[in-house]
Ligand binder design. Structure first.
Ligand code: IMP
Length: 426
């Protein structure tokens, strides 16, 4: 048995969905532990594209049981739609998906509140999926949980109490205060589907670990968007680092055996916030076009830039990453030369690792260039098939950040993956 955590090591969109899907072939259980429908995991199976926001990608494997854990915030309607979409493709869901009763609900008006906040001066470029307001309610102890779906009267009362807090904010924003009955009605319409899936999340994960299952903990977003460790305030509202898996699922950190960090071969970010290696103008546009860098959830163009090693070293440290999976290496194939940021300079001081207390706007990246490979690598099926320059780039990344590489992705399909495909094998 072992437990492996898969985390994003940048600003999200590293390709976690594809890696979790591959790893899940060797797992018995997959646990989604953070975030909500702000995530968008794009899977390509047999040439068909599928985007999942809440249900763990592992659901595509008929032997895998999945849980959406209690550290997440669940938009009930999105979850019901995903269940329906998967079932329409012949994938059984209800016998293999559980939802932690302690997970909080994203209410329909949380999305409106998210939009209202984004209209203000302190916009951070959220996904407008209501994530921030839902976690705000949770922390303020006025949130509504999946378990509340069992009792319509209690849920309706909870909505009324909750709305009394938000009403002045709607009014100040010039928006009609939602009606309690409408909100409760919309949420309760999902109860029939979701209540049978509800379980005690801690007991579920405990049981799967005690059975000796291989368990995958599926992260969402990326380390630099973590509410504690990311580029605050331009972060999401949950603990997306590997420690979040332990805290949110109620499993001791010593039961987690490996942490795989997913790293894109370059960098992207959506929304506002510092991005020291960002490429502006034509170079950034070119990278976006090659990598099809548009948000899976919002369709927004992603900001693109070079690989940022100080940020990666930081992500490795705060997550305890012991293995790397490099994705989208093929996107760099047109370049005759690649650039990498190996360190930062801030006010005359050199930093090998992203400094949390510094203003990243003042960072001067220290660059290094390496030769590109200028050839199509999408048909490579073994690491040895890669051109020497591509292997050199990978070897250099390993050495620069002092972390071994397990896996390399050279295209969106499952077969376009090289290296160790089974994270549970020693
Ligand atoms: P929120 O999570 O929607 O509140 O958004 C907060 C910040 O996190 C924004 O910059 C979003 O663009 C970013 N974000 C949230 N989820 C994702 C994701 O799955 N991929 C990339 N960025 C994300």
């Amino acid at each position: 048995m072992s437990s492996v955590v898969v985390v994003g090591a940048q600003w999200g969109d590293e390709g976690k969905g594809k890696v979790v899907d591959l790893y899940a072939q060797h797992a018995q259980s997959v646990v989604r532990y953070a975030g909500g429908a702000n995530a968008g995991h794009t899977l390509v199976v047999g040439g068909e594209t599928l985007i999942l926001h809440l249900i763990p990608s592992g659901i595509l494997h008929s032997h895998v049981r999945c849980i959406i854990g209690q550290g997440t915030v669940i938009d009930p309607r999105t979850l019901c739609e995903e269940i329906t979409a998967l079932e329409a493709r012949g994938i059984s869901v209800r016998d293999r998906l559980m939802v932690a009763g302690r997970a909080h609900l994203v209410l329909p008006y949380h999305k409106e509140l998210d939009c209202l906040r984004e209209k203000g001066a302190r916009a951070i470029g959220t996904t407008k999926r209501g994530i921030g307001p839902a976690y705000q309610d949770k922390a303020a102890r006025r949130g509504i949980r999946v378990s509340d779906l069992r009792d319509p009267a209690r849920l309706t009362q909870a909505v009324e109490d909750n709305l009394s807090y938000w009403a002045p904010i709607f009014e100040a924003g010039g928006v009609d205060v939602p009606r309690v009955a409408d909100v409760a009605g919309e949420v309760l319409a999902c109860a029939e589907t979701l209540v049978p899936l509800m379980c005690d999340g801690v007991a579920w994960v405990k049981a799967t670990q005690e059975r000796g299952d291989h368990v995958l903990f599926e992260g969402a977003q990326g380390a630099l968007l973590d509410v504690d460790h990311g580029t605050y305030p331009f972060v999401t509202s949950s603990s997306v680092t590997s420690g979040g898996a332990s805290a949110a699922c109620g499993v001791g950190p010593r039961t987690l055996d490996h942490v795989v960090g997913i790293v894109k071969a370059y960098s992207t970010r959506v929304g506002e916030g510092p991005f020291p290696t960002e490429l502006h103008g034509e170079a950034g546009d070119q990278l976006r076009a090659w990598g099809h860098e548009y948000g899976a959830t919002t369709g927004r163009p992603r900001r693109c830039g070079w690989l940022d090693l100080p940020a990666l070293r930081y992500a490795i440290h705060i997550n305890g990453i012991d293995r790397l999976a490099i994705t989208k290496l093929d996107v760099l194939s047109e370049l005759s030369e690649l650039t990498v940021c190996t360190a930062y300079e801030v006010n005359g001081t050199r930093y090998e690792m992203l400094p949390s207390e510094e203003d990243l706007a003042d960072v001067t990246p220290i660059w290094e260039t390496v030769p590109g490979w200028k050839s199509d690598i999408t048909a490579c099926r073994k690491l040895e098939d890669l051109p020497k320059e591509a292997r050199d780039y990978l070897n250099k990344i390993e050495a620069w950040v002092n972390c071994p590489m397990d896996l390399v992705s050279v295209g969106p399909d499952r077969v376009q993956t090289l290296g160790r495909l089974n994270p549970f094998s020693e």
